[in-house]
Design a protein around this ligand. Structure first.
Ligand code: WQD
Length: 336
């Protein structure tokens, strides 16, 4: 029996494939390589010592998707594939709805046509209304300000509706907070195309000398040092959470949303200073205006994941900033 990992060459997908292979699961990846590269498959194999089956292709290609289910006994699916840039989604919303929702509808059809009834979905803390007070539990107010976030919210609801219509179907909706870091080997990590939107890859590019300085978006928030506070979680902790979720999905029916976060809030300047101290590097930065759409503080209440999944985040901020920089040195420098 195999696990189909959609978007398995991406940042979180690749780390999850390593965890799956190391635990003896057979892994099949489908990825259109729109935000990753095929050599990630080689690096997954190098770390795990076992190779996933890889199909380059798009989830909107129904024939390809069904042929994968015809060729492999897919027992369950972990669904990462999708567009994920908040700002871009505001500019091209229809592409985000077509890609993210259309892919998921094709996937559900292919799963049902082949008797596969278990899915773990890559959702996001972005589904929470920014006005709600952290720490956020799974029953916090839902509401999102971007088409990207709305695709996550809509897909969560589609999966919930499918579980009502088909009692054999099970969906675990994992709401990630802020994934950063990289596998300790330095072979896989976060390698976004172009100028990064997110904080850590931007800091890494400053450290590499590719970008001149970090713009700190807002220093007048009601937080200890005035800069934005988020729940950063090591990508390896996040990957491990998917294995726990997959195993939990085998014990229940229906749909359930679960936060994957550390429960700790860390500010932008705390991240900068931790990166500098851990890696003996100076990160030049300027305090600039707030970024539209940002809120002051967002972090998780991870109690449900702790209790239901038996999962706890193990890495801390120092591990995250060290591993991010290690990946940059091992991989990014050689590939630019
Ligand atoms: C973190 C903090 C910024 C860049 C986003 C998505 C969310 C999820 C995770 C997918 C904030 C500050 C950032 C910079 C800065 N992605 N910052 N200078 O916005 O919390 O969440 O990524 O699911 O959907 O919204 O992450 O890394 O962009 O920002 O000061 O150059 O860093 O203001 O306080 P965010 P982020």
């Amino acid at each position: 029996m195999a696990v189909l990992v959609t978007g398995g060459t991406g940042f979180i997908g690749s780390h999850t494939c390593v965890e799956l292979l190391e635990r003896g699961y057979d892994v099949v990846i489908i990825d259109n390589l729109s935000n990753s590269s095929a050599d990630v498959v080689d690096r997954i194999e190098k770390i795990a010592g076992r190779r996933p089956v890889f199909y380059e292709g798009d989830m909107l290609d129904k024939e390809l998707l069904n042929s994968i289910f015809d060729r492999h006994e897919i027992d369950s699916v972990i669904h990462f594939a999708g567009l994920k840039a908040v700002g871009e989604s505001v500019r091209i919303p229809v592409s985000y709805y077509r890609t993210n929702i259309g892919s998921t509808l094709n996937l559900i059809d292919a799963m049902k046509a082949h008797g596969c009834t278990r899915i773990v979905f890559s959702s996001s803390a972005t589904v929470y209304d920014a006005s709600d007070v952290s720490p956020l539990k799974e029953d916090a107010l839902l509401g999102t300000s971007s088409p990207y976030g709305r695709t996550k919210l809509f897909i969560e609801q589609i999966l919930r509706d499918e579980c009502v219509a088909d009692p054999s179907f099970t969906a675990i909706l994992l709401r990630y907070f802020n994934p950063i870091g990289a596998h300790p080997s330095g072979l896989i990590g976060e390698n976004p195309n172009g100028i990064p939107n997110n904080l850590l890859p931007y800091i890494v590019n400053v450290a590499l000398g590719i970008l001149p300085q970090l713009n700190v978006y807002g220093s007048d928030y009601p937080t200890p040092d005035g800069t934005g506070v988020r729940d950063y979680i090591h990508v390896c902790d996040l990957a491990r959470g998917h294995i726990h979720a997959l195993e939990y999905a085998a014990t229940i029916k229906g749909a359930d949303a679960i936060n994957l976060g550390t429960g700790n809030g860390t500010s932008v300047l705390e991240i900068v200073h931790a990166f500098e101290k851990e890696n003996s590097i100076t990160i030049p930065y300027v305090l600039t205006d707030r970024r539209p759409g940002d809120n002051a503080t967002t972090y998780a209440d991870p109690g449900k994941a702790n209790e239901l999944l038996g999962w706890h985040a193990q890495y801390d901020i120092h591990d995250m900033v060290r591993d991010s920089w290690h990946f940059a040195q091992v991989f990014l420098k050689n590939s630019r």
